[in-house]
Design a protein around this ligand. Sequence first.
Ligand code: ZN
Length: 601
Amino acid sequence: MSRVLAAVAWPYANGPRHIGHVSGFGVPSDVFSRYMRMAGHDVLMVSGTDEHGTPIQVQADAEGVTPRELVDRYNRVIVEDLHGLGLSYDLFTRTTTGNHYDVVQELFSGLYDNGYIIAKTTLGAISPSTGRTLPDRYIEGTCPICGYDSARGDQCDNCGNQLDPDQLINPRSKINGETPEFVETEHFFLDLPAFADQLNAWLDTREGWRPNVLKFSRNLIDDLQPRAITRDLEWGVPIPLEAWKDRADKRIYVWFDAVIGYLSASIEWARRSGDPQAWRQWWQDPEAQGYYFMGKDNIVFHSVIWPSILLGYSGPKPQALGGLNLPTEVVSSEYLTMEGKKFSSSRRVVIYVRDFLERYDADALRYFIAVAGPESNDTDFTWSEFRRRNNDELVAGWGNLVNRSISMAAKNFGEIPAAGELTAEDEALLAAVRAGFDSVGQLIGKHRQKAAITEAMRVVGEVNKYFSDQAPWKLKEDKARMGTVLHVALQAVQDCNTLLTPFLPHAAQRIHELLGGTGVHAPMPEIREVEDLDWQATQATSAETQSAGGRTYPVLTGDYTVGTKWEHVAIAAGTKLEAPTPVFKKLDESIVEEELARLQS
Ligand SMILES: [Zn+2]
């Protein structure tokens, strides 16, 4: 047994999340965490909503609400969506908590104290007509990289590159259209080149990473520059240095605060658990492992920048929290497209998690993401393929086996029948199913979930073949042999259900109950409304960004110490069985056209 940190990418709280988002970070991290817990590891799975930065401020301005009101709204929406998918976070929190502010400021101060934060004079924009600072979000112009004509002063939304306002071609003020004037201003930079040798040495020791992640990270290290970690912005964590902490116009840059969320969420979890030091077991024990899950656009933050922050805080001078572990592995997925197009909320090429869950079961989506998601290649979601996999594989392959084996036993015996002497075929099937615990488990442990669920479904196929070959419905004259065949089939169904539990936890709980089981088989997260532990810490943010809300917020959490283990468990003859209702829903052909029409409307 070991301690395993599952650090899951933080969804940005500027709107509801679509199924492309959850296919990259959400479902894969949950499958991994559920499996590791079942296999006996002590898992801490943390994340939350990422709530600072210019896009939040811009959107709040456009809607006439405060940033705080905007993120309160979408934090709740995202928590509910992730809950609906059954994602088993130990803590899913947010970045606008007092605890997060404290931890971010502690890491900033520690890096500063260790000499890794450098002040640099850069060019900042001011309005010539008023003489006041123009925040990044109020400057737009043409992107110097891709030529997009509405790039913002901090980022181009077309190509995704981070920018500085003075890099824009034809910069203009969004307030009155005037051309800003650039004057010298001071900002803080993280001295990334100082970590290049340590980062390369660390990457040399990594095993099992996806090759594209390693290659991409090494290329980044070859070309490291100091990176700005403060910004001309009001919405964010204040800079914890004298002469800066009361500046309303300067904040810590959102990317710097968001990656620290993995640590702050672990600390918040520990404080809420009643043992405030418990987080150290996942962050300081050299035996503990840390797996980071994200989409490929975030690799740089997890394989280069976050390790640099951890290295720089951990030494040379010891800091208050102590030395911190580097990631064991950065598990990055590729992109999911939809009907051949990139997901885009503005172009309506999108399906939100919430809308999906209104019409379909969570496990139908979880199945599709596991078997056909963007694990190591960009992949496409189409409604016809979703329907085909649901009907041909989930319903016809697995659901049908569950249904016919349980209903035949219920009808003929009213209980799990006892087994007589086993034939060679019976023994062979039971052995093949039990071998699945090794083969499926090893694949999940290596982040090869597509191969893992394919292997589990291959085992299901063997049970289906056994059932057809043995044809228990033809054994009405030989009740003893019929009972033996059904006993063997139900044992195989129970073991297959365990193999599929990390992928299909909702269905697994139902099948457990159909087999006469009681109690929790696959634990589920719950939404809990909690008090902010250090609300005062956020009060330094200027009055206009505050609202009355925010002192309490919803978190996802749960007790995952219960539930089935990753092992064969013998079924008990004599357990009462009732006629089952189908676990999975077959989807009508008409849904494909209905969904495509929704996309076009
Ligand atoms: Zn661009």
